[in-house]
Design a protein around this ligand. Sequence first.
Ligand SMILES: [Zn+2]
Length: 146
Amino acid sequence: MKKTLKQKLQETVRRCGYCGEVLKGNSNKRFCDNSCRSAVNNIKYKKDNKIITQINRLLKRNRDIIRQALGKVSTVIVAREKLVAQGFDFDFTTHWYENAKGEQYEYCYDYGYLELKAGKVLLVKDTKLKKKRKKINQHLAGLFNR
Ligand SMILES: [Zn+2]
């Protein structure tokens, strides 16, 4: 059946979300085919991963700065300024831990710090890591080996 001009104008032209090709039929699909769909998904995935990669670089840099400052000792006190001068970013940490005294240690993976008075920072290596690694492994197994 031929459509009148009025009917044609009322139809909204739906186009593929990737290539812009006019979509045929009245189904509610958003792309011509799977290749267009996966092209869009890849772009989204790259955008998501970009921010993760950037934050991971900052976290790794923070970790490296602590690790290098510690060398072979397990704790050391350094000036906050010195860390900042080396590129340490106090806004990026992976997790924190509060001890019985209510002191809050911030961590960048397995290395951490506690801010002290007078612009000093106590740097530490996570000494309870063995126990935590077991817990991390169990958690990961539970999440991904189902
Ligand atoms: Zn397309």
